[in-house]
Design a protein around this ligand. Structure first.
Ligand code: FAD
Length: 492
């Protein structure tokens, strides 16, 4: 009965106790916990703002156990929250309060199943840490190019479920571009084995792509076949001061032109943000003479051993300097220097949160519209919130800006956060004006669960609801996420 599932009916205490016993038996003594202290890091999100509750945390060790868990939950009308590293920035991986929610964390499913260096693939369990996958690729003289500041904590299953982006999208695409095969436990408890390492496969609909980016609302990803790439022989990183965001985009075009598409990363770093990085992370150093309004971090890489990317970078930046696109620049001379450049960029996300309550949009607009978007949206925010500090940073090369506003010094945190909807509304309005999206890489989770119904057309809503309804008719998978407002409509 679909309706019973969707509305999250009460479950009798004796039935619940019976279900919990069966779930514990499924994973064995080392695979579950009910201890509040142990559950704590799993029921609160990474930002510390969203908190849920769950009677049971399960850590299955095998795909078959995941399938049994889903079948039992289905039988008793329990909900499931799939969880990876719980680094979601939209409250995607914590219970949302819609019924009795069982946490299914994949951390114990952390084996690399196979590496094939001729096929250039790695077959993994979904609970592998992203950093371990990168290291395994490196060990095999290959590259797995997904790169995020949270790579030491997030799992590939979470990356897949949220179609994570990160800093190398410009060159290698999003997570969905890095996958050939998937294994998924469906909401009906069956296992779909789509673990094919094929670069061409047109036998019907591309089912794996449905699950990638579905944020745990259509099934639990348990395994994946990932693409491997040639490991770069030469990498160069630079930090440059640019006179404007428009100049930064001209510099991006020049870099692409001169490298034949070898630009791996092109990241925007505002002076307002770097100031906070230097304040909150005293080990960080600015390589430039002084902080300007806008800086960019650029990375070139190539697997061609004969071409020094450092020389190429220096030549491109000299040309850019002549053309007035760059006012100051430093090219890294060593790997450790390059890491210190990246520390500045990766510190931006945390430094603004350390400074005070922050409201942040994860938006994307067509790259060419970024200068106008930033100017107009910043003006609108400054007018609405007196003294607001705006920190707009991120993946300029692929059009994704993290548009953050820090609480003004003379406003109480609670008064600032009370205006969250209004401030998000201003960011969203201006994003959509430029043909953009209000969720570029972080997903919708609970934070933006109403966005599809609000901002996308009826046809698109209907398509999404039809997919959700057909794959998870009882609404048991990650309730309250992604299409929450739409699901209410579904019940009518
Ligand atoms: P979780 O947070 O545990 O889960 C994320 C979503 O996926 C949830 O909806 C969850 O239910 C679902 N899920 C998890 N595992 C599975 C599974 N096996 N099967 C089905 N569903 C599942 N994101 C970016 O895209 N780009 C960035 O540059 C970036 N930088 C970040 C920097 C920091 C410091 C932090 C804290 C986060 C950042 N993120 C970024 C967000 C986050 O790290 C990514 O979204 C990451 O991919 C989440 O992985 P996770 O394992 O922590 O997933």
């Amino acid at each position: 009965d679909m309706k019973a599932g969707v509305s999250g009916e009460q479950i009798r205490p004796d039935r619940l106790a019976e279900a919990l016993e069966r779930l514990k038996e499924t994973v064995g003594p080392s695979g579950w916990s009910t201890h509040p202290g142990l559950l704590e890091p799993h029921v609160v999100d990474w930002t510390g703002v969203m908190r849920g509750s769950s009677p049971l945390l399960l850590k299955p060790a095998r795909t078959e156990e995941v399938a049994t868990i889903v079948s039992i939950c289905r039988e008793y009308g329990l909900k499931i929250v799939p969880q990876g590293g719980n680094t979601s920035l939209v409250g995607g991986a914590v219970p949302s309060g819609k019924g009795v929610e069982i946490l299914v964390n994949l951390a114990r499913m952390n084996k690399v199943r196979a590496v094939d260096t001729i096929n250039d693939t790695m077959t993994v369990d979904a609970g592998c840490l992203l950093a371990s996958i990168q290291a395994e690729a490196e060990k095999n003289e290959r590259l797995f190019p997904l790169r995020l500041a949270s790579e030491g904590n997030c799992q590939i299953g979470g990356n897949l479920a949220s179609n994570a982006g990160g800093s190398n999208v410009l060159r290698y695409g999003n997570t969905r571009d890095l996958v050939l095969g998937l294994e998924v436990v469906l909401a009906d408890g069956r296992i779909w084995n789509g673990m094919r390492g094929l670069r061409k496969d047109n036998m019907g609909y591309d089912l794996k792509q449905l699950f990638i980016g579905s944020e745990g609302t259509l099934g639990i990803i348990t395994g994946a076949v990932l693409k491997l790439f040639a490991r770069p022989a030469s990498v160069a990183t630079a930090v440059c001061a640019v006179p404007s965001v428009k100049a930064a985009l001209d510099l991006l075009a020049l870099c692409k032109q001169r490298t034949g598409g070898q630009v791996t990363a092109f990241e925007l770093m505002p002076g307002t943000g770097l100031e906070l990085v230097l304040k909150h992370f005293p080990a960080c150093r600015l390589p430039l003479e002084r902080l300007c309004e806008w800086q960019v971090l650029i990375e070139f890489s190539s697997s061609d051993e004969t071409a020094s990317q450092q020389e190429r970078m220096t030549a491109v930046l000299a040309e850019a300097y002549e053309a007035g696109l760059v006012s100051d620049a430093v090219v890294s001379a060593s790997l450790s220097q390059s890491r210190s450049f990246w520390a500045l960029r990766e510190g931006l996300a945390e430094a603004d949160m350390m400074e005070g309550p922050t409201i942040q949009g994860d938006i994307a607009v067509p790259i060419s519209s970024i200068p106008d978007f930033l100017e107009i949206c910043s003006a609108a925010i400054s007018q609405a919130v007196k003294g607001a500090r705006i920190i707009a940073f991120g993946h300029l090369g692929d059009g994704n800006i993290h548009f953050g506003i820090i609480q003004p010094a003379d406003v109480l945190p609670k008064d600032f956060l009370a205006r969250s909807d209004e401030i998000h509304g201003i960011i969203n309005h201006n994003t959509l004006r430029f043909g953009g999206t209000v969720s570029a890489e972080h997903g919708l989770g609970t934070l933006k669960a109403g966005a599809v119904l609000k901002y996308r057309g009826e046809v698109e809503q209907d398509l999404m609801l039809a997919i959700k309804h057909s794959l998870d008719p009882s609404g048991m998978m990650n309730p309250g996420k992604v299409l929450e407002a739409g699901r209410r409509q579904l019940q009518e």
